[in-house]
Design a protein around this ligand. Structure first.
Ligand code: AMP
Length: 228
């Protein structure tokens, strides 16, 4: 008997994972271990799902695009922020409507409310992990962004004089508020997307399409529950 094909799905660790699991559960696509607590990075899923064996990779959100683009995973779940920033060569067949937030330019409350430009000599110091999006935004304003690349806790940078503005994702706005910052401009609405490797989209068409349509049903079901 021939081995079943394996379909590999890359999941983002962290806050998105919690919201991903109910969608996977709806689709009968549950990992066989608790992916929120296991230290394993590769976890088995169902043995026979639409004729495939499912395998999950549990990796950092920022790495999901790379695994899917290079074909190490057939499918993945990635925030739109990361897709916009790194523009990977992947398909984006479904908005999962989880991890909803917005990508914003933020700054100290007084400075933003004064309405004065943050630019000095046409340059703005911007702390972010979205280097390309920040540079692109300021370029369109006719300004140069001196990008200070940080890996997290951007909100600290203006408080200690490291940057004039930050470009980061904001959900409730509580972190900004706690640090005396406010939103200046919203750049993009963000949510998590199902992404697919373009070759897998063709070579594993039946299985990939089955995952897309089952997750689409899960998204619709979740929206209906939310709107009840
Ligand atoms: P909040 O206080 O709810 O606005 O959340 C802001 C903090 O959480 C910031 O440090 C963000 O980097 C992070 N954050 C907010 N939403 C998301 C998201 N959907 N995905 C990843 N990080 C997020």
């Amino acid at each position: 008997m021939s081995e079943k094909p394996v379909l590999t799905i890359a999941l983002s660790k962290g806050r998105i994972l919690e919201q991903t699991l109910p969608l996977l559960e709806f689709a009968d696509l549950m990992p066989r271990e608790d992916v929120q607590t296991t230290r394993k990075l590769m976890v088995d899923g169902p043995d026979d799902w639409a004729g495939s064996k499912i395998r999950f990779l549990i990796i950092r959100a920022a790495d999901v695009c790379t695994y899917v683009e290079k074909g190490a995973a057939d499918l993945g779940i990635s925030g739109r922020d990361l897709l916009l920033e790194s523009k990977p060569n992947v398909y984006e067949p479904l908005d999962l409507k989880i991890g909803q937030c917005r990508l914003c330019i933020c700054g100290p409350k007084d400075a933003v409310e004064s309405g004065k430009s943050a630019a000095v000599g046409g340059r703005v110091r911007v702390a972010t992990k979205y280097d390309n999006l920040a540079a692109q935004y300021y370029r369109k304003q006719g300004l140069h962004a001196d990008v200070i690349h940080l890996y997290g806790s951007m909100e600290l940078a203006p408080l200690v004089g490291l940057a004039d503005r930050i470009v980061d994702v904001v959900e409730t706005g509580n972190t900004l508020k706690a640090n005396g910052l406010i939103e200046e401009t919203t750049l993009f609405d963000i949510s998590s997307r199902l992404i697919a490797n373009p070759a897998s989209f063709v070579t594993k068409k039946t299985q990939v399409q089955a995952v897309i349509s089952k997750l689409r049903e899960a998204v619709v079901d979740r929206e209906m529950e939310r709107n009840k």
